[in-house]
Design a binder for this molecule. Structure first.
Ligand SMILES: [Zn+2]
Length: 433
């Protein structure tokens, strides 16, 4: 099943021709209409008339989050405000918020991308889709809303929060698909259980589309085991245009629509492109955006890329599950580790629950110390202190073995750690305080 079969199955060579043509046009467009890019091109001595397309891509300067902050609110827009039909903004937890704007055509491209994605993972006009991503300045809620309506499916616009009501509505309105963060899905299933609702048997839910935070394969298994649904990964950021890409039914990577976006993976330290299959930071160039075109946008997300043709028949390249954020990379005693890798190890231990927090401290002797607090699983019938101690030692050994990190593990009672309705906050870094 395809939303736009001729484009989704277009031979790679033809896709590259589209990219070539649109990239050259983008460089002229940015030079002409974006004072920010005109200045940036001048700084690196780039003349749009000398630009040779894809093979010169690596010569183009990067664009990063700081550029958006420095030009807050409208300094990077390439159209007058009269052409903007909507704003979205990031939360701004680390400094000023960043604002993005969309023209009518930008919204249409966003909806087209997400419609292709939703169709690729099997959502149809017969589905009833509960959207539990926040509606508002965050792109998750409205992004899914528009695409689900365009598909002709039915929307239940619950937004985030009010968890017990979410479960009642899921049951009463026969929701078949849910969109939210993976950590919220786990919380929903806990609350459902408290209410005596078994999602697998008492609701019609068959599928979930989860994203907005990095999550692991093990978490996917846990969600599926607890709820009986099939879990898909989604990717997108407000700067690129909101949720845009999901896994297809093959669930081997997320198709990135190459007629609208060019992807590269780079070494975050050197800025050099890395080979296919090698991990690095995802860099995206937007080929269709009018209001806020982005050239070599550094997403800060760590992944790797595969471009062989997918078994689903789509020719567009895939990025693999996001391993973490460049900023979230924890460096403890010289070892690099991502919270999602820690999660992967924890979720392999059946006695442990899904909720955990990573605490970083600096000891008086100057050495860093990592403590992982993780909840005991509801099912694990352990109450003897010696058994808990034995479990903690076992998890510490596993972390040492898989990630080569030394961490102190503290197993706590189920329900002790904080729950999140949006993105989960997994790291408490006390070293900065
Ligand atoms: Zn596919």
């Amino acid at each position: 099943m395809y939303w736009n079969p001729s484009i989704e199955r277009l031979p790679r060579k033809d896709l590259e021709e589209i990219q070539e043509r649109k990239l050259k046009a983008l460089i002229f467009y940015a030079y002409e209409y974006s004072p920010f890019y005109r200045r940036k091109f001048k700084e690196v001595g780039l003349n749009p008339w000398d630009f040779n397309g894809l093979r010169d891509l690596h010569k183009l300067p990067f664009t990063c989050k700081q550029d958006l902050r420095d030009n807050y609110p409208f300094g990077m827009f390439a159209v007058p405000l009269s052409q903007i039909v909507r704003f979205h903004a990031s939360s701004g937890t680390t400094g000023k918020p960043t604002v993005v704007g969309y023209t009518k055509n930008d919204i249409d491209v966003w909806v087209e991308c997400l419609c292709r994605a939703l169709t690729s993972c099997g959502v149809t006009n017969n589905d009833i889709v509960q959207i539990s991503y926040g509606y508002g300045l965050f792109t998750g809620g409205l992004g899914f809303h528009y695409a689900v309506e365009r598909l002709g499916a039915t929307v239940i616009p619950t937004s985030a929060g009010n968890t017990r009501r979410q479960i009642e509505l899921m049951k009463d309105l026969h929701a078949t698909v849910i969109c939210c963060t993976p950590s919220y899905m786990l919380y929903l299933s806990e609350v459902a259980k408290e209410m005596g609702v078994d999602i697998a048997n008492d609701t019609k839910l068959r599928m979930g589309i989860f994203g907005a935070e990095p999550w692991s394969e093990e978490t996917r298994k846990r969600i599926e085991d607890k709820t009986g649904i099939t879990a898909y990964d989604v990717y997108g950021t407000s700067e690129l245009g909101g949720p845009l890409f999901t896994e297809c039914v093959e669930r081997h990577g997320i198709h990135v629509w190459a007629d609208h976006y060019i992807i590269e993976v780079i070494d975050p330290k050197t800025g050099e492109q890395v080979g296919e299959g090698e991990k690095g930071e995802l860099v995206v160039t937007t080929l269709s955006k009018e209001a806020l075109p982005l050239i070599r946008w550094r997403t800060g997300d760590i992944t790797y890329m595969e471009s062989d043709k997918c078994a689903c028949g789509r020719t567009h390249p895939r990025i693999m599950r996001i391993l973490g954020r460049v900023d979230d990379m924890i460096i403890v005693r010289g070892v690099n580790v991502f919270p999602s890798q820690i999660e992967h190890v924890l979720m392999q231990v059946p006695e442990l629950g899904e909720h955990y927090v990573i605490i970083l401290d600096r000891k008086p002797d100057g050495l860093d110390e990592m403590t992982i607090q993780v909840e005991l699983s509801e099912k694990a019938k352990i109450d003897r202190t010696t058994d808990i101690l034995e479990l903690e030692r076992r998890v510490e050994e596993l972390l040492k073995e898989y990630l080569n990190v030394r961490a102190k593990v503290e197993v706590v009672n189920p329900g002790t750690l904080q729950r999140f309705e949006g993105k989960a906050k997994r790291i408490i870094d006390r070293r900065k305080i």
